[in-house]
Ligand binder design. Structure first.
Ligand code: C5P
Length: 409
């Protein structure tokens, strides 16, 4: 999957981050994409059209009503040319116009006229990003099939700190390269998952023994984070409930950090009523210490005996709710993989389970690759070994298929 030889129409709107767009064009062309640039009047205040023309190798498009430009490549032709319309940076004003179908300049007209995949990288002041009007517009755009890239958090040009920075050009380019062909807005996964609220648990839990020690496991959280990324790109509103892992939050996902299984359960319960699909990839510790010592446990005898009690089963608790979401579990097994997975599907009252054999060298725990055997009540599918990000997309498309079949008609 890549953007090599794809036609990318880059729409630049008037935010300070526009100064980074010549670099963005370079990053996209370096990956083999053909890039044409459309620039709004206010964006032209922030970045030189001459630079953009030089790096893209194509004239920059400005005006809707320009006879010379229309004669060379008219706006409808340009809309048809594009495989991808990427708007970066996208201002609050542009998001508002797109959400409401206002077509008063070349870029907003192209937005309505194209059937290309549409990606938007918002950039604005953190307070403008949080404003209810902006958030409503975003929600509408996601429902229309637009995929959001970011925004990133951090220090802003105005001195504020918060969400609203444009994702860096190198990250926009690699994200498009990885995901473009996987998340086309006219594909069934996107149509089903756009605007759906998906909660994903990921990583290990950590159960304290005393103020300095804990028990945990080797889960890296990579599978859950890859699913979160793919779900966000498919237009879903993603909440990632993450145990202690050292992974960056995928763009566009809300993250709740937790430590213990009890914390993870509380976080999941707090969002359960507003969850349509619950995907449980976390390697939850099965047991916790019956009592956490107040002081460091001293090295006294040759042996140490601790008592453990069972942790709550988060997935089973969520799936037992009256307002249960569509529930997907994981089963990491070292033997009798299919039989154990089938029994968990039934016992935990799940809609689907994704099983993997943790004894296969180079796959599963702590690795970048995995293979899954996905099972549901009247079907199954084997997803052969591949990268976790590719697998996440394949799994989501199966989930989307089953989820839409399970919906009451
Ligand atoms: O540990 P087990 O094999 O039963 O896990 C199967 C599924 O249940 C996984 O999806 C895991 O995330 C979930 N689970 C859970 N809470 C637990 C144990 C497992 O949510 N305490």
């Amino acid at each position: 999957m890549s953007i090599a030889n794809k036609n990318i129409l880059l729409g630049i709107t008037g935010g300070i981050a526009a100064y980074k767009t010549p670099d963005l064009v370079r990053k996209l062309t370096a990956l083999g994409a053909n890039v044409r640039v459309v620039i709004t009047a206010s964006a032209a205040e922030f970045v030189s059209t001459l630079s953009l023309q030089a790096v893209s190798g194509n004239p920059v498009h400005h005006h809707l009503l320009d006879p010379a430009a229309e004669a060379a490549m008219g706006h409808i032709e340009l809309a048809k040319w594009a495989d991808v319309l990427l708007i970066a940076p996208a201002t609050a004003n542009t998001l508002a116009k797109l959400a409401h179908g206002i077509a008063d300049d070349l870029l907003s007209t192209l937005y309505l006229a194209t059937t290309a995949d549409i990606y938007v990288a918002p950039a604005m002041n953190q307070q403008m990003w949080k404003a209810p009007a902006t958030q409503n517009n975003l929600h509408m755009l996601k429902e229309h099939g637009v995929k959001m890239i970011g925004p990133a958090e951090g220090e802003q040009a105005c001195g504020d700190v918060g969400a609203g920075r444009m994702v860096e050009p190198v990250d926009i380019a690699s994200l498009l390269n990885e995901q473009h062909a996987l998340t086309r807005h006219n594909d069934p996964t996107h149509n089903t998952l756009a605007g759906k609220r998906i909660t994903i648990t990921a990583g290990p839990t950590r159960e304290p023994l005393d103020p300095v020690r804990y028990i945990s496991n080797h889960s890296s959280g990579k599978m859950g984070f890859a699913i979160a990324q793919a779900a966000a790109l498919a237009g879903a509103e993603v909440t990632l409930v993450a145990g202690p892992v050292s992974l960056n939050t995928p763009e566009g996902c809300k993250r709740i950090n937790v430590t213990t299984a009890d914390d993870m359960l509380a976080a999941c319960q707090s969002v359960a009523t507003s969850t349509d699909i619950f995907i449980s990839t976390a390697a939850v510790a099965d047991y916790k210490a019956s009592a956490v010592a107040n002081n460091k446990i001293k090295k006294t005898g040759e042996e140490l005996t601790l008592t453990f009690i069972k942790n709550p089963d988060i997935l089973a608790t969520i799936s037992a709710r009256d307002d249960r979401p569509f529930c997907v579990g994981f089963a990491a097994e070292s033997q009798n993989v299919e039989a154990y997975a089938r029994s968990k599907l039934e016992k935990k009252n799940l809609d689907m389970i994704a099983a993997n054999d943790i004894t296969t060298e180079g796959l599963g725990f702590n690795s970048d690759q995995n293979a899954l055997h996905v099972i549901w009540s009247d079907g199954e599918k084997r997803l052969p070994a591949t990268s976790k990000s590719e697998l996440a997309t394949q799994l989501l498309s199966l989930i989307a298929e089953r989820y839409s079949t399970a919906l009451p008609s």
